[in-house]
Design a protein around this ligand. Sequence first.
Ligand SMILES: Nc1ncnc2c1ncn2[C@@H]1O[C@H](COP(=O)(O)OP(=O)(O)O)[C@@H](O)[C@H]1O
Ligand SMILES: Cc1cn([C@H]2C[C@H](O)[C@@H](COP(=O)(O)O)O2)c(=O)[nH]c1=O
Ligand SMILES: [Zn+2]
Length: 274
Amino acid sequence: MPMTMRSLLHLHFSAPLPPCHRLLPKPLLIVPPTFFSKSPTGLPAFSSSSIFSFRSHCKVPIVHVDSPAQPRVAFGEIHVITGPMFAGKTTALLRRVLAEKNTGRNVAVIKSDKDTRYGLDSIVTHDGAKMPCIALPELSLFRERLGAEAYNKLDVIGIDEAQFFVDLYDFCCNAADRDQKTVIVAGLDGDYLRRRFGSVLDIIPLADSVTKLTARCELCGQRALFTQRKTSEKQTELIGGSDIYMPVCRQHYVDGQVVKEATRTILDIERIAV
Ligand SMILES: Nc1ncnc2c1ncn2[C@@H]1O[C@H](COP(=O)(O)OP(=O)(O)O)[C@@H](O)[C@H]1O
Ligand SMILES: Cc1cn([C@H]2C[C@H](O)[C@@H](COP(=O)(O)O)O2)c(=O)[nH]c1=O
Ligand SMILES: [Zn+2]
């Protein structure tokens, strides 16, 4: 049964568009050639006059695809790499961006300017591997900092320390849905209390792929899923490396929390006793 014009338009416009699409240009109507050719019943799906009226009624650009098998790439991609500290997130990001660059694609890497551990002009792994990057307080400044012409030529955007970007969701949404970029995002899923960290978890529904990496537990060598803070600071954001944090398995995370609670209780008792 050939799709009728009304059902096609209903299908195309009935799905509610999520908020990030508010900035998008008018939606494209992508139709395969079969839409305007013979229908399975042998009757033309639409006569030439109805095509004209379809175009005049359909107030959105119509993009023909060459064939249903190879539609033109009209959208980008989002790939998320997450896990605890020392899991290899930056290493994986660096490798994927290099792989894209080696295929001739135009790449750029962004990191949060809050990450001052190794300077602001590169992303640096805990092993010391480096790649030039642009350090920003917010992702919305990227296009302006790079320049519109250079941005439009970009194929791949890498983002490191993604947990520090408050505008991660909208940036990724627009870069992939509107600007046809491949966005590769590396960031912590949880903070030292195993709570969601920034907006990394928010972009999971937008993602083509999600990779959760693990490190090695500093205390037993098992898979480390969590990051334990070794110091007593309580704020969520505290920049640092192995001086402040260590990756731990579930058992040693829980044990560590018990020790911290017991220590806190003893200190409170001593404080009261004085
Ligand atoms: N406990 C650990 N478990 C795993 N890797 C560790 C550990 N401590 C140090 N490393 C080193 O850290 C590297 C990962 O660094 P990096 O890619 O910057 O991780 P992330 O970005 O996830 O913090 C590993 O290749 C390894 O050499
Ligand atoms: C767990 C945790 C980490 N941070 C900071 C510490 C580092 O500067 C980065 C993570 O770096 P990496 O590339 O993943 O090694 O985040 C923080 O501010 N708060 C935390 O709870
Ligand atoms: Zn352990």
